[in-house]
Ligand binder design. Sequence first.
Ligand SMILES: Nc1nc2c(c(=O)[nH]1)N[C@H]1C(S)=C(S)[C@@H](COP(=O)(O)OP(=O)(O)OC[C@H]3O[C@@H](n4cnc5c(=O)[nH]c(N)nc54)[C@H](O)[C@@H]3O)O[C@H]1N2
Ligand SMILES: Nc1nc2c(c(=O)[nH]1)N[C@H]1C(S)=C(S)[C@@H](COP(=O)(O)OP(=O)(O)OC[C@H]3O[C@@H](n4cnc5c(=O)[nH]c(N)nc54)[C@H](O)[C@@H]3O)O[C@H]1N2
Ligand code: SF4
Ligand SMILES: [Mo]
Length: 734
Amino acid sequence: MDALSRRRFLKISTATLGLATAGGAAGPLARRLAARAAGSAAPQGIRRIPTYCSICFWKCGAVATVKDGRLWKIEGNPDDPLSRGRLCPRGTGGVGAHFDTDRLTAPLIRRTTRGQDEWTAVTWDEAFAYIAERMQTIKAKYGPESVALFSHGIGGTFLKHTLQAFGTPNLTAPSGAQCRGPRDTGFNLTFGEDAGSPERTDIRNATCLVLIGSHLGENMHNTQVQEFADAVAAGASIIVVDPRFSIAAGKAKYYLPIKPGTDIALLLAWMHVLVTEELYDTAYVEKHGFGFDAFKAEIAPYTPEWAYPETGIEPEVIRATAREMARNKPSTLVHPGRHSAWYGDDAQRSRAVALLNALLGSWGRRGGLYAPVALDIPAYPYPPYPKPARGVADDPDDKYPFKLESISTGIREATISGRPYPIKSWFVYGTNLMESLPNQAETIEAIQHLDLMVVVDVVPSEITGWADVVLPESVYLERHDELNLNWFREPYVGIRQPVVEAPADQKPNWWIARELALKLGLGAYYPWKTIEEYLAYRVTKAGLSFDELTQKGILRGAPQPIYFDQGVPEEFPTPSGKIEFYSLQLRDKGHDPVPKYTRPEDPPPGAFRLLFGRAPVHTFSRTQTNPILDDMMHENEVWVNAGVAARYGLASGTYVRLKNQDGVVSNRVKVKATERIRPDCVYMVHGFGHTARRLTRTYLAGASDSRLITRVKVDPLMGGTGMNVNFVTLELEA
Ligand SMILES: Nc1nc2c(c(=O)[nH]1)N[C@H]1C(S)=C(S)[C@@H](COP(=O)(O)OP(=O)(O)OC[C@H]3O[C@@H](n4cnc5c(=O)[nH]c(N)nc54)[C@H](O)[C@@H]3O)O[C@H]1N2
Ligand SMILES: Nc1nc2c(c(=O)[nH]1)N[C@H]1C(S)=C(S)[C@@H](COP(=O)(O)OP(=O)(O)OC[C@H]3O[C@@H](n4cnc5c(=O)[nH]c(N)nc54)[C@H](O)[C@@H]3O)O[C@H]1N2
Ligand code: SF4
Ligand SMILES: [Mo]
């Protein structure tokens, strides 16, 4: 943030917080907050409590300040290697999660049919009794595997534990098949390891950084954005490939406005130039490469002249950028990306990105992809889980041999088809499946097949509307969670701990998971009574001080080697033990051993490809209800090429609706007419267009990309759902 917007942000924050407590005086949450503010029980003075952020899943170390018992602000923890003492704007706005007047306050049981917002508030004990009884019935009738968990983030840890103890293997998340699954598969097939989270990207030391749709600056993964700024300041040459002139493109030496869906063509042409001009790292490839000659033969036809009509990128620009990468090798980092579920050829596209890095010798090298390290903290010694009689239900026909985790949309499919066996219950933790899975109609259809659906959330989001039981969780500022043990540049551990009390009857996930286990007769899996006991056990076993961890929030281990030239073993856990330029694994399963390009479908006349991404101040569909972040951005816009907008007579700020190829129409959304996007696509920020009425602040503000994503192209390697394959027309408001 620049100084001006920072001042504006602080002004907004104080104004909103005043409103959140005084204005919403009707609800039980507001009453409790008011009572607490007035009461004398609150400890006086200023306390600073370290914890880690949860506004997204990057897990930045933070320090919250509480003044006279009231949450005041949250900042970066200077001891934290991930945030280096600075949070992103969403993290700073995180206090709004505590003060949100739309929060769930008590467990709810559905009164009428699914999807209708009619509930009875019950006690926690009643809720657990209701859930446990139904789970036992399902188990008796269909087996314990018939219960599935969808979760996202570290808060799901203990529910996973309870459900594995119950006997199901069906644990899944939209952060796989809808996010980074394809990328992880592509990298794993090439190097035998994936790109990790946080990514093992040495952006800070890269002298050339290639961003292929990684829209850093809008994608606010904190460490990466800070390192990106460092790299730019140090004069790194930046190459950005994106159909839209992103914030990152504004920092680029070369901006390549690629035709959507044609990245593989560009990647093949780049590799062609590096190989034919012998600009690649020959010694590295000789030492570490497997199947290079076969790879070289495969890419021979893909000249820049061949790629030009596919991608719209001129041959001279392709050559110049390839040479720029080569000049900076091995400190050229071709960013692996993260959200890679785009066009259905995504694992192969990611594999092409991996191969380009391999040619540049960047894996294991400074300024490339380093070898991450972590503290060795032992797991808690639980009894072993019962072995499920049946395997994960996501892929009954073994169609996706290269998946690394279970496929969320596969579990949804199994719920509808009953194949390979019936799925009769969903637990949904911290994931708004209506917005995070493509094709909402299919999600609704699957839910109709369930005998029990339990949603644990903090606000009445869209998915809660479909639940039988809704369990209100305390927000991250009010609870403990599992330790943060990231694989990163240096080893460290972080703790999340409560900063303030939950305002009403909300409970933390560990307590919910434990109480449910007790009700299910699974007490043996919870020998500890409080989470502090659990955390202290693990930390102490590792020879660290739990007291010190709670006081500092972060404990750092001694630095360790992270590059080959510092002593990291030069090993690649692939079948050949080398970097697989040519993949026998892929060939043996009938897939292309070297990535191939397929031309994407063109939008029908008058229609545009729908693209989507992030805004700096929101996370997915989870922050629009946060009063501070809502003030910073209340609705999304649809980016339309200025020339196209002029043809339609659309000025910026005019409301339109988008209609997709299947006739689905969006909420109204404002046009942003701009030169910064190609004429063949439109773009919007994901997460808006909420239709849950109880999200009072954000209800119907902006449009939902998810609603328009009725079609996907499924990745044949790992089952990811490419979602950039929907076309929309612009419908003018009458
Ligand atoms: N159309 C479309 N779909 C997408 C994407 C996209 O850009 N467009 N992105 C994909 C990607 S990259 C990812 S990683 C996934 C992300 O998918 P999700 O993680 O499912 O993202 P959200 O939609 O934000 O859902 C978060 C839910 O958790 C709730 N929540 C927030 N805090 C807490 C908490 O402390 N405890 C509990 N119990 N609940 C909480 C929120 O209220 C919300 O209902 O979505 C994928 N799906
Ligand atoms: N502020 C904020 N930051 C976040 C998140 C958040 O919710 N909010 N979510 C985090 C998560 S989980 C993820 S996965 C990441 C997602 O962020 P990233 O992984 O960086 O990006 P994507 O969402 O994959 O892609 C969006 C960009 O791809 C471009 N694009 C679309 N089609 C093409 C194409 O064919 N070729 C190329 N080269 N570019 C294309 C779009 O114009 C857009 O700029 O963001 C992370 N950071
Ligand atoms: S990147 Fe921002 S929102 Fe995500 S954990 Fe860090 S500070 Fe919080
Ligand atoms: Mo993601």
